[in-house]
Structures are given as C-alpha cells and as structure tokens.
Design a binder for this molecule. Structure first.
Ligand code: ASP
Length: 325
C-alpha cells in the first residue's frame, strides 16, 4: 500500500488548503469558526517563528502588490513586514498620484496590470464595494484592506485574534464598540465576525453615528444580544473588551458636522475607573484624541499589542492564500 501524504504532488513547500488557497478576502462573511481557528493557529506559529528566527523563506519567490488609494500606516506596513518576513517581496503603490491612476486609469485596468507582476493584491480604496469590483477583474487573489466605510476584514481577523490572545477566548464576552459606528469599517467587520461566537455586543455612539440598521439586523439574525446607547458609563462596568474608534472625519459632508461630534467620548484614567480590572481596551488606530495618552501605561491598554498581532495574522493569511501554510 502506498501511503500518500497530503499535498505530496505539490512543489516543495506548497500546502494548499482549498478554503484559502487562491481565494479573495473580501468580507468577514466568508469565514466560519473553523476558518478562524486555522488562521489563528497559523498566526500563532508565525509569532513563534518571528520570535525565533525573525525572517524565513516560506513565501520565497512570491510577490505581493500593496495598492493603497487611501492613507494607511499599520495595514500597509504590516503587509510589507508580513511578506518580507516570509521571504517574499512587495510592489508598493501607496501614493496613486504618482501612478497611472492620476492619468485616469480605471481600478480594473490598474488591478489587471499589477496582477501580471505579482501573486496577490492588497487593495485599499475609498469606495464601498471596490475590492469586490477589483476581484471580478483579477484572476489573482484580492485582499480587501478597507473599502471606504464598507469592510476591513483583515483588521477584524486581527482584532478577534487579539481578543483570544488577551482574554483567552471569544465566547462568553461582552464587547462594547465606541465612537463612529456609522462610518467605521473596522466595527462593521468586527460586529459581523463576532456573530460566530457566543457574545454580547454594546454599541455606544453619538445619535448621528449609530451602527447601520442593516448591520444591527444581521447581528440580530445571528441571535447575538445587542444594546445601543449614547451612554458609555451605563455599559462600561460589564465590558470585557472596549473597542474604541476614531470619528472618521474624511467621510463627513462638512467640517461643521464633524466638529459637532468629534470629542463625544474620551477615554481617560478616570473614565476607566469603573471598568473591570480584567478587561482590555482596543483601537484599530490612528487615534485622534479619543484615548488620552495617560491611559497607555494601563495594563488594560491593548492597542499597541493589537498592532503586533496584526502582522502575525497577515503573515498567516498570506501563507494560506498563497498556498504554503
Ligand atoms: N485604520 C483603520 C481603518 O483604516 C481605522 C481608522 O482609520 O480609523 O479603517
């Protein structure tokens, strides 16, 4: 009897999990609990490898395109770090004014061009639905790194991974999302992803920046208890994860509209005095005043650790999508 090992016929190092290999990553809706377990397990291995050897050749020979039509610090640089730590390389386009986009090239044509040089494309774009549109034009995998106020699936994966690393699990927790829940794509993706777990969710925002009703309905359909309020104090004592967001200035029609809500909530040492000792405060960053710097020294401040987890999760995703995890 011949014992065939899984993936035996593939070139050295190739391991293709059909749930991920060659797939676009467009929305968290495409994942189930088992997918998350896989991503987190691979992410955990990536962390161990980075701690032991720093850089290794799992994705040697693979080229990633980072195509950013909107500003980014963490998402863009963590994808660069992720592919480079895995031995691959990156085509970085983060100032489209210097590319043919400024000559009027369509997103579809730009994506078709870049996929002929690379193995996957990470795309950030101001329009909701743009990643899905790019994925239709491309034959290589497209990873949505934020489509306007739509979704930010890789952020939600790293957020969920952060919760597991910090709190030990995802089931049984109360998550409070605070800030701009209308335009914040990270909370849209996270709320959807949390429906895979046994959670309770509170939404705290100014009246004008409430979570979109269709999203609340989706979460409700999944049987997740939700509370909407403008009053943080009323839900803070029961909160296990406080997920703070920035008011998304760039999505407002006018400066006056933004000014009316910009300082609605500010986390300080004092405002956190009624919160549990065993809880975490997260933020996708950048922050623009909604968490006072004095709180950074508090052990519950997890937002800087959250950034680091992001690199491991993105390493895991790249390895899975490119067929080597
Ligand atoms: N960096 C996150 C995003 O791109 C959060 C933010 O910008 O407020 O959505």
């Amino acid at each position: 009897m011949t014992v065939r090992r899984a993936n035996e016929h593939l070139p050295f190092g190739e391991k293709r999990d059909p749930r991920f290999f060659g797939q676009d990553i467009l929305s968290v809706k495409q994942f189930d609990r088992q997918d998350l377990e896989t991503i987190f397990a691979v992410g955990h291995e990536m962390r161990g490898m980075v701690e032991r050897v720093g850089t290794f050749d799992l994705l040697k020979g693979k080229v990633l395109t980072n195509l950013f039509y909107e500003p980014s610090t963490r998402t863009s640089s963590s994808f660069v770090a992720a592919i480079e730590r895995l031995g691959g390389s990156v085509i970085q386009i983060n100032n489209v004014t210097y590319s043919s986009v400024s000559k009027g090239e369509s997103l579809r044509d730009t994506v078709r061009t870049l996929e002929s040089y690379s193995d996957a494309i990470v795309l950030r774009h101001p329009e909701q639905g743009s990643a899905a549109e790019a994925a239709k034009a491309a034959s290589k995998p497209v990873i949505n790194a934020g489509d306007g106020p739509g979704e930010h699936p890789t952020q939600a994966l790293l957020d969920a991974y952060t919760i597991v690393e910090e709190m030990g699990n995802l089931d049984g927790l109360t998550v409070t999302m605070l800030g701009d829940l209308k335009y914040g794509r990270t909370v849209h993706s996270l709320a959807r992803l949390l429906t895979l777990f046994d959670m309770k969710v509170n939404y705290v925002s100014p009246e004008s920046l409430r979570m979109p009703t269709e999203l609340v309905a989706e979460v409700d359909d999944a049987g997740i208890p939700q509370i909407e309020t403008t009053d943080l104090e009323s839900v803070l004592p029961e909160t296990d994860v406080l997920y703070v967001t920035r008011i998304q200035k760039e999505r407002f029609g006018s400066e006056t509209e933004y000014d009316a809500v910009k300082d609605s909530y500010v986390i300080t040492n004092e405002s956190m005095s009624t919160a549990k000792d065993n809880m975490v405060v997260m933020h996708p960053l950048p922050r623009v005043g909604e968490i006072a710097e004095e709180f950074d020294a508090d052990p519950r401040a997890a937002y800087f650790r959250q950034m680091e987890y992001g690199m491991y999760v993105r390493m895991a995703l790249l390895a899975l999508v490119l067929g080597r995890a």
